[in-house]
Design a protein around this ligand. Structure first.
Ligand SMILES: [Zn+2]
Length: 171
């Protein structure tokens, strides 16, 4: 099946064999702009498999899959856990020393899809009390995230939160 990227309009071909068999929706990464695209799986490609075996990816056994942010200025590593990681000056992942970082600034969600670990960054206002994106911004490879961006992270991506630079690493 094909879907079109809602951000850059690229047409993406998705092999039917890669789709989950027991779900109505799936996510795919736009290879051009990294945008997260959620799409409905047509019923014709879906078949409900009862008692299907589920693959559970365990970080503990996968040394090469430890998603983390590494601060460039001092090499501090901030390990990300499965689920929602709220990053800020005063958050689940607390980064000290930069007043341009909001108390709750941005979020990286770590999840498993198709047996792989996926990390998705957002600065869409969903974690702030006012419902607004961070004041000083979150940058992905030098581009400021808008509230509509939801991007997959890849090893060695550059992330700037406030005025602090990080490299995202999974290896
Ligand atoms: Zn795209």
């Amino acid at each position: 099946m094909q879907i079109k990227c809602t951000k850059c309009q690229k047409v993406i071909e998705i092999a039917a064999g890669k789709l989950p068999k027991d779900k109505e929706k799936a996510m795919v990464k736009c290879p051009a702009c990294q945008q997260v695209l959620v799409f409905n799986i047509p019923a014709s490609l879906r078949q409900v498999v009862e008692n299907s075996e589920k693959t559970i990816v365990d970080f503990g056994n996968k040394k090469n899959l430890r998603p983390r942010l590494v601060q460039l200025s001092n090499s501090t590593e901030y390990l990300l856990k499965t689920g929602k990681n709220i990053i800020g000056r005063d958050a689940g992942i607390s980064i000290p020393g930069d007043r341009y970082i909001s108390h709750k600034h941005c979020m990286i969600e770590v999840m498993e899809q198709f047996g792989e670990i996926q990390c998705i960054i957002t600065d869409d206002g969903s974690i702030s009390e006012k419902g607004e994106p961070s004041t000083n911004g979150t940058f992905y490879n030098d581009q400021r995230l808008t509230r509509y961006d939801k991007l997959f992270l890849n090893n060695e991506d550059k992330i700037r939160i406030g005025h602090t630079d990080f490299i995202f690493k999974t290896e």
